[in-house]
Write a protein that binds this ligand. Sequence first.
Ligand SMILES: C[S@@+](CC[C@H](N)C(=O)[O-])C[C@H]1O[C@@H](n2cnc3c(N)ncnc32)[C@H](O)[C@@H]1O
Length: 448
Amino acid sequence: MAKKGARDIALDVLNRVEEHKSYSNLELRGVLDRAQLSAADTGLVTELVYGTIQRKLTLDHVLSHFVGNKKLQTWVRNLLRLSLYQIRFLDRIPERAAVHEAVEMAKRRGHQGIASMVNGVLRNILRQPDVWERLPKGDRATQIAVEHSHPEWLVRQWLAVYGEATTIAICEANNRHPHSSIRVNSLKTSASELLDKLAAEETAARQSALSPQAILVEGGHAAGSRLFREGYFTIQDESSMLVAPALAAKPGMRVLDACAAPGGKTTHIAELMENRGHIVACDLHPHKRDLIAQTAKRLGISIIEPITSDALDLPDRGLGTFDRILLDAPCSGFGVIRRKPDLKWNKTPEDVRAIAQLQYELLKALAPMLAADGVLVYSTCTIEPKENQEIVQRFIKEHPEFVLDETLAHDLPEAARAHVDETGACVQILPHHFESDGFFIARLKRKR
Ligand SMILES: C[S@@+](CC[C@H](N)C(=O)[O-])C[C@H]1O[C@@H](n2cnc3c(N)ncnc32)[C@H](O)[C@@H]1O
């Protein structure tokens, strides 16, 4: 059988994601592992899958003018979306090539009738480029949702919280390519030394504007490199690198990281503690315990004790109190839509309500484990106030022994300080601020 090309493989992934309601990153990884493509084709398949999912609503809106209410088979709809994505959003693929390829794929997978329909629809769209500017009937929320391809309920929610300009900026940032960033292992090297080492290996890299510990790298192959294997760095988003400094843990302290896997922040905390003290790193899922242990070993860290437990049960495990507690809570993930485009289509307002309830329960359960004068950091990779500011405000109200720590800015890098809110204790990074993940961090203190 002839080897499948990049577009065929991308179409297979899109079909599987839709038919099995599965995650595109998992489907993609499985297919790419088996297909053994060149680096260029791997990049193209990834771009086609993520891009088509990311822009789905815009593509469907344009298609609706040409196919009306016609019921299309899943693969035919996905083929049209995939081809339109290339035509509209990828400069490097000539329009004719995209149409030709789509027609050939339709012939191979279906029959001449489907191929003619695909040909007709795509050529009609090419003849009417102004169709991309035709907004749907409805209010601004409907229009922004279609133009920037986000679910309408989410756009409505963001409009109410952030206003129109910021909502559009968030949506646009979500549709751009994420940077790849790495965190320098300060136990082993410095940012400038690592930049030299990367240059010697001809990896294009530059210092991040957000975090002094972050380096932006081109290409996304960092995990396969010798420097990674030897523990010089960790792959982590720049915004996520603000959390460990916010905890302000000092060498020798006892620290609890309650939702720790895969250990990105736990290992960062250990590096800032100069690998002195003790960190209990808890996660619900037994298989994730090994991930934390492996990462710690690779980085040369010995102070992390990974454990498996529901964080809600931790107070009953006789662990004593801690000087610092991090709750990097499970969340809707709406700050990382750039990396996981399926998220925005799969999550519902009910999911947000349910996860907010769990977040509050976790915070409440961990509170008694913090020593007097201790610091608790609550963080999420979402931009939903229901999972962020509202949780923290409710917690403070119901726990008079805690206060918001208004000195958070002291422990944040200069660039992030402008985004600390009026309480002085919370920071919300939005995806367009630094082209990094949307992240929320709050710092609370237990009174003496
Ligand atoms: C946002 S992720 C943590 C990321 C991690 N802090 C890092 O920086 O690598 C949330 C984690 O919480 C875990 N989790 C979810 N519910 C939990 C619970 N009830 N108790 C403990 N861990 C939980 C998930 O398995 C997931 O690994």
